[in-house]
Design a protein around this ligand. Structure first.
Ligand code: ADP
Ligand code: MG
Length: 224
């Protein structure tokens, strides 16, 4: 399988503290990866570095074989990579407005936008909520909108930060179903998470952050 993303030599420090010191990470196209590690181990920071939202020292990075500089994120790469925050920010307006935002930014026409937004809302199972202002949604519902807003852009790489953390039981199951669907599709998914059900999804590759490094893990000791 050809790699979609290769990053070599990632180092990130906060003051005197070296948080990340990663030799190499390779994500194969179309595969799904779960990133585990203790709280504060650097999972969110690593996702944010890959999304170009946080600076780090990086020796080399290639996306689909093309060299890229993460601290100087190319516009074309912004279209290929979408990051979803653990507590997604939705702006005032409707759910549809929020989902359409990225499409509008790309200059997509109104008719096409409406069609894709409608599909995304159906995908996320949010048809009943359309009249609720986005800023009034619960945490779980916001996460559904955020996933729909990411998926509607059809990125090649999804970076998802703890998408099921702090959700009630029902919202969590809905989010897991969507993630499962994303992972089954052709896109590549890297998600930070502690959620055992997600970690144990079929075909999920496991990566573990410990002492700043990332290693592949066959089976997490805690789950043996
Ligand atoms: N801007 C910052 N300045 C100083 N320390 C930070 C900053 N951002 C994150 N950290 C620290 O880096 C560590 C890793 O954070 P994070 O990447 O959020 O870990 P995780 O997502 O694995 O819980 C934490 O101890 C956090 O306090
Ligand atoms: Mg985190």
């Amino acid at each position: 399988m050809s790699p979609l993303l290769v990053v070599e030599g990632v180092r990130k420090s906060f003051g005197a503290r070296r948080l990340l010191d990663i030799a190499e990470i390779e994500l194969a196209a179309g595969e799904s990866y779960v990133l585990t590690g203790e709280n504060g181990s650097g999972k969110s920071t690593f996702l944010r570095v890959l999304a170009g939202l946080e600076r780090a020292e990086v020796n080399a990075c290639r996306f689909d074989g093309r060299p890229v500089e993460l601290h100087n994120y190319p516009v074309w790469l912004r279209r290929e990579v979408v990051y979803v925050h653990q507590h997604p920010y939705l702006f005032r307006g409707s759910i549809a407005d929020n989902i359409a935002f990225g499409l509008r930014a790309r200059g997509m026409g109104r008719a096409e936008r409406r069609k894709l937004v409608r599909e995304a809302i159906a995908w996320a199972g949010m048809g009943d909520l359309l009249d609720v202002p986005a800023h009034r949604l619960s945490g779980g519902e916001k996460q559904l909108v955020a996933l729909a807003r990411a998926r509607v852009l059809h990125p090649r790489l999804f970076l998802l930060d703890e998408p099921t953390a702090n959700l009630d039981a029902e919202a969590r199951l809905q989010v897991i179903a969507l993630i499962r669907n994303l992972c089954d599709a052709n896109s590549t998914v890297l998600l930070a998470c502690h959620d055992r059900e997600i970690i144990e999804l079929p075909h999920m590759h496991r990566l573990h952050v410990e002492n700043g490094a990332i290693a592949a893990r066959a089976v997490l000791p805690a789950f043996r």
